[in-house]
Design a protein around this ligand. Structure first.
Ligand code: AHR
Length: 503
């Protein structure tokens, strides 16, 4: 049996929980849009063609923000193709995913969907094949009240009120050689700065995200951030991070400890941003938008885009079927994001439906929750108030990739308006349970309201259309205690949420 001690004090706080941490991502990729969120003719579709079963699951998932329309897709996208009468919109070849984009769903449909889902949009501009002028045109169409050509086109298209989109991505993964229009860091930094300046002439209060590296393993990681920020520091607010995890050569211990990589990645980019700021003697702090993260089995065959003559409409791409082990990793990644909530103020799990997603659908059929849905939904719902600065003392577990790491990773939030304290924990040991004591200062524990665990059993269990509730969190009856703390037991390879009331 491993042991761990978690020391919490309601007076020692990292930051308020950023609600934008629970963002997601809708890209025109595979079946995320078409037969995902949008399927006219589906039995649950509303008059706009939005699937009602998917909307209900999106609300249950607790998503707060949704990034759109890509991703790699955005780098050759013409946003004007997706507005106006649907039967007059052009079909285009999507160079990123080798698919045919019908443009039946575009900006106005997305904004209507955003309202129905009750989420905030994050809009990405194409800085791949396009540039500053088109980004400003998109901004005028979306956010200007009227009286100009593009704002009046929006009004003609049925949206009298401006959309008021605040958060914008200045391109996507501009360091990636696979990206249409990839650039060097100084080139991109200058383009991002120029575009940001132009957009701020329209609205100085926009929040603008510059592209960081596509992953921390990119050969230019580090110098990319430094060079982009050297050009654009004063003009942007956030820098993006992207990371996808999968087991390599069946190495489960390292996979379970994927949050180690996320922690180090965030810490490294924070240090680079602060060093650029220090050189400039700036008092401004650049925040982090972890606007693509997830488990993604990139080696899986369906991830390969079709090629040659075939340009299918909404082919099934990147449709990973997630296991319990994947859910444990996703829970661990959310712990890392929360722990860094003083710097990571926005994040998007990539993606929302069908494409490496918590929600799966069958065309014309059912929608269901994948295993990774559960830790996300519980964290989004119960991580409230402030993130506490937790002190940890844990047995360690060996990993090939990260060396010895704490077997138990954890974070806690505390809502002083309700007295609810929630502890999120992961046991990253693949074979040994952990006995955990949680010591609480600054408040007294009145009781354990709920304690649930996923993992510890069949790590390969998955949910399907026929067995949608096969793998889900189950009650963990081990949590006990009142007063100065609680104790609980975590099965091997598991994610747990314990909700306490305090007085
Ligand atoms: O989310 C899938 C893809 O991963 C996105 O299009 C791209 O930005 C990233 O490489």
């Amino acid at each position: 049996m491993n042991t761990a001690r978690l020391i919490l004090d309601t007076r020692r706080r990292v930051a308020p929980v950023p609600r934008r941490l629970f963002g997601s991502f809708v890209e025109h990729l595979g079946r995320c849009v078409y037969t995902g969120i949008y399927e006219p003719g589906h039995p649950t579709a509303d008059p706009h063609g939005f699937r009602g079963d998917v909307l209900a699951l999106v609300r249950e998932l607790g998503v707060t923000t949704v990034r759109y329309p890509g991703g790699n897709f955005v780098s050759s996208y013409r946003w004007e193709d997706g507005i106006g009468p649907v039967d007059q919109r052009p079909a285009r070849l999507d160079l990123a995913w080798h698919s045919l984009e019908t443009n039946a769903f575009g900006l106005d449909e997305f904004m209507r969907w955003v309202r129905a889902a009750g989420v905030e949009p994050i809009m990405a501009a194409n800085l791949g094949t396009r540039g500053t002028a088109e980004a400003v045109d998109l901004l005028e169409y979306a956010n200007h009240r009227g009286g100009s050509h593009l704002a009046d086109r929006r009004r003609d298209n049925g949206a009298a009120d401006p959309y008021g989109i605040r958060l914008w991505c200045l391109g996507n993964e501009m360091d990636g050689p696979w990206q249409v229009g990839a650039r060097t860091a100084p080139e991109y930094g200058r383009l991002a700065a120029q575009t940001a300046k132009a957009m701020r002439r329209f609205d100085p209060d926009l929040e603008l995200i510059a592209c960081g590296s596509s992953h921390s393993s990119m050969p230019t990681f580090g110098t990319w951030e430094r060079d982009v920020l050297t050009e654009a520091y004063d003009d942007i607010d956030l820098i993006s991070l992207h990371a996808y995890y999968q087991p390599v050569d069946g190495d489960l211990p390292s996979f379970l400890a994927s949050a180690e990589d996320m922690d180090r990645y965030i810490d490294a980019v924070t240090a680079i941003a602060d060093s650029v700021g220090a050189i400039r003697r700036s008092t401004k702090k650049i925040m982090i938008a972890f606007d693509e993260w997830n488990v993604w089995y990139q080696s899986a065959a369906p991830s390969t885009p079709p090629s040659g003559e075939d340009w299918p409409v909404a082919p099934p791409l990147l449709e990973d079927h997630y296991s319990v082990a994947d859910a444990v990793v996703v829970g661990g990644l959310l712990i890392s994001l929360l722990r860094h909530s003083d710097r990571v103020t926005a994040a998007c799990q990539a993606q929302l439906v069908n494409v490496i997603a918590p929600i799966m659908t069958e065309p014309g059929g059912a929608a269901w929750r994948q295993t990774i849905f559960h830790p996300f939904a519980r964290t989004a719902r119960h991580a409230r108030g402030a993130v506490l600065d937790a002190l940890r003392d844990s047995s360690t577990t060996a990993t090939d990739r990260y060396g010895e790491v704490d077997a138990v990773d954890a974070v806690s939030t505390w809502d002083d308006s309700t007295g609810e304290m929630t502890v999120f924990l992961v046991n990253r040991s693949a074979d040994t349970p952990a006995e955990v004591t949680v010591e609480v200062g600054g408040a007294r524990v009145a009781g354990v309201v709920e304690c649930v665990t996923i993992g510890g059993g069949d790590l390969d269990a998955r949910n399907t259309a026929d067995g949608p509730d096969h793998a889900a969190p189950r009650p963990n009856g081990s949590a006990h205690g009142t007063g100065s703390g609680i104790g609980l037991t975590l099965p091997p390879a598991s994610w747990t949420m314990a909700r306490l009331t305090t007085t």
